[in-house]
Design a protein around this ligand. Structure first.
Ligand code: FES
Length: 653
């Protein structure tokens, strides 16, 4: 007689086990991904499984109703007290009697896949560095004179095969009272070391901790700080929030902040404490929004450009302001929240900062590489992350190049006369009729176009307040297509364009999109100055991309990915009409949303991804735009709309 056969789905792993073997034990021996926090004590319910009965022609087995043991007292108690979904059993309590097929539902898998929103995106596999373990520690006695920490260490070694426990003094301080309060049963949160087998004690709770475990993925930009609060067990984003970077008061762009640090003794430290305060406030706000205690945030991952990186760390960024743009360190950083004064988080919380690629190409670019994986692309892909600084990557399986280009904040609606951030009331889409030169537009918060019935009533709530980044890109491109703007970027007069919407403004002209000023409302126009700001921004972006193409020796790319907090909202056609991106078939332009933020989320949820990106950045070729004479040449050519020399054959179609 054979031992009963146990088949696990969806993995398909199978093996024979003696009658009476717990399903959790069988899963462990076969390497099936079945979670457990309590180590089989029947209290955490993480090991839930669904037994299947009946005929399985695919697996060649028939499963009888009595293939598993009856409910034992532990399992029954759990079910009575806490309930179990229909058909579910606790894998640590149910034992094998006969051949059986066992399904492991996604909630019971540690390495479950988290689906990402973008259609083309790969899922994130959960493999967090921080995990919970329930452990029973031996009580001290007069004959066994070891310390409480030493007994915790041996318990972890025996019950979880975890060795090499590191305990920092501030966590050690909690150890004795918690062990006694939990009557020698505690839950510990351990953070696995990156290069070795060590585990660091992050937090300890009496008994079974059921309050959850959370992490923050933070995209620390020069203009905006955006954070996602993630459940480190399910991988779900449970809240997202953003605040303005308070360093703006020291300078709008990176170089002005570096100069502030150079001109003002202690200026770097002022900026360091400003940004750390903002992160603490953001962490508290986002925890409140998600209705959790910020004490439960046990990890945070940061992505940022090199200047933000240094200022976050409290390092004077002066070297980044001058050639050869040396970073204090380009490597990834593994720190404690206390090292960065992030006291809103749990005091034991761990911090991971992605590696930088080079002096001008930061951890944000590394995060984009992690999210979009240009190095795994079969065709040549250009990834542009549009922000105050553009992060640009070009590559395929053979080689990846990267640079960063100072576009300025125009694409975010700043430095634009009617510009504003993307918020309700902002014009985000616009079309201009090439014959009548009349505009129609849509504002955020309203589904209707401005020339349709009901629009006026609909927008009465939000009002029409300005024009956001994607709106200004469309406006300029539409003005060019309607002949209101010439290739050099000059707005024509009413006589030249045949529309009264072009009105004089000083010695130049402006185009009026919306004018409610007679009713005391806003007057929204595109001025010659706005056109110039967009020309500068798009030229910087395009010149960066062209420089990478030169380095790679190509004159076209196969596809383009637009990323960035608002990259997802840019219309590919308008971006190309403007000459922001090189010529490519329009259906080969996709958007990736906030790729840097997604990269941070991947590194938060998957510890192996950290090792992966640390390796990847060493293979990326860095191109420094600031010292490259061809950058200037490309920049000047790109000032024309779409370009003075480069052809755009796909625009003709
Ligand atoms: Fe915790 Fe089964 S492993 S209840």
């Amino acid at each position: 007689e054979h031992d009963p056969l146990v088949i696990f789905t969806p993995s398909g792993k199978r093996g024979r086990f003696p009658v009476g073997t717990p399903i959790l034990t069988a899963a462990r021996q076969l390497g099936v991904d079945l979670d457990s926090v309590c180590g089989g004590r029947g209290i955490c319910s993480k090991c839930q499984i669904t037994p299947s009965y009946g005929e399985f022609s695919k697996h060649g087995v028939t499963v009888a109703e009595d293939a598993l043991s009856e409910w034992n007292a532990v399992e029954q108690r759990y079910k009575d007290k806490r309930g179990l979904k229909d058909g579910r059993r606790l894998g640590c309590q149910a034992t094998v009697l006969k051949d059986i097929v066992i399904d492991v539902p996604p909630e019971s898998q540690v390495h479950k896949q988290v689906v990402r929103k973008a259609a083309t995106a790969r899922a994130i596999t959960m493999d967090p560095a921080t995990r919970l373990y329930f452990v029973t520690v031996q009580e001290p006695d007069m004959h066994e004179p070891t310390g409480d920490l030493e007994r915790l260490k041996s318990a972890l070694s025996e019950q979880w095969e975890i060795n090499g426990l590191i305990c920092d003094p501030h966590v050690l301080r909690k150890l004795q009272p918690v062990l006694r309060k939990g009557k020698w049963q505690v839950t510990v949160a351990l953070n696995k070391g990156h290069a070795d087998d060590t585990h660091r004690l992050v937090e300890i709770w009496p008994g079974l901790h059921e309050g959850g475990l959370y992490g923050l993925a933070i995209d620390l930009g020069s203009t905006t700080i955006a954070a996602h609060l993630c459940d480190l067990v399910s991988g779900e984003v449970i809240a997202s929030a953003g605040v303005m970077n308070p360093q703006i008061r020291f300078g709008e762009d990176l170089m002005s902040r570096v100069s502030y640090a150079m001109m003002n003794p202690g200026g770097d430290l002022e900026m360091t404490s400003a940004v750390r305060d903002a992160i603490n406030t953001l962490a508290r706000d986002i925890a409140r929004e998600a209705d959790i205690s910020p004490e439960l945030i046990l990890e945070a991952v940061f992505v940022c450009n090199p200047v933000m990186h240094h200022l976050l760390l409290g390092i004077d960024p002066v070297e980044l302001g001058q050639a050869p743009f040396a970073l204090a360190t380009s490597g990834a950083l593994y720190l404690g929240a206390r090292d960065l004064d992030l006291d809103a988080l749990n005091s034991g919380a761990r911090i991971y900062i992605l590696p930088c690629i080079a002096g001008h190409v930061g951890a944000d670019a590394a995060a984009v590489a992690l999210s979009e994986e240009p190095g795994k692309s079969e065709d040549l892909v250009l990834v542009v992350d549009v922000g105050t600084n553009a992060e640009i990557l070009l590559g395929d399986t053979s080689r990846v190049l990267a640079c960063s280009s100072p576009t300025g904040p125009a694409f975010e609606g700043a430095q634009i006369s009617s510009g504003q951030r993307a918020a309700p009331g902002a014009i985000e889409r616009i079309e201009i009729d090439p014959d009548t030169k009349e505009p129609r537009f849509r504002v955020i918060g309203c589904e209707l176009w401005s020339d349709t019935p009901g629009f006026v009533q609909e927008t009465a709530v939000t009002g029409i307040t300005g024009i956001c980044g994607s709106g200004i890109i469309e406006a300029v491109a539409e003005m060019r297509m309607a002949g209101i703007l010439d290739a050099a970027g000059l707005i024509g007069s009413a006589a030249q364009t045949g529309t009264d919407r072009c009105t004089p403004q000083g010695r130049t002209h402006e185009y009026v999109i919306h004018d409610a000023s007679s009713d005391g409302g806003p007057r929204i126009t595109v001025t010659q100055g706005d056109i110039r700001a967009i020309q500068l921004a798009k030229s910087a972006l395009y010149a960066g991309a062209r420089l990478l193409m030169d380095e790679r020796g190509v004159d076209h790319v196969d596809r383009v990915v637009l990323a960035g907090a608002f990259g997802a909202h840019i219309s590919p056609k308008h971006a190309m009409v403007l000459g922001m991106i090189p010529d490519v078939p329009l259906d080969k332009v996709t958007s990736a949303g906030n790729a840097a933020g997604t990269g941070a989320r991947i590194a938060l949820c998957n510890a192996a991804a950290r090792a992966q990106i640390e390796e990847t950045v060493t293979q990326i070729t860095k191109v420094e735009t600031a010292i490259e004479p061809r950058f200037q040449e490309h920049f000047i050519n790109a000032s024309a709309i779409p370009n003075a020399v480069d052809p755009f054959p796909h625009l003709a179609q």
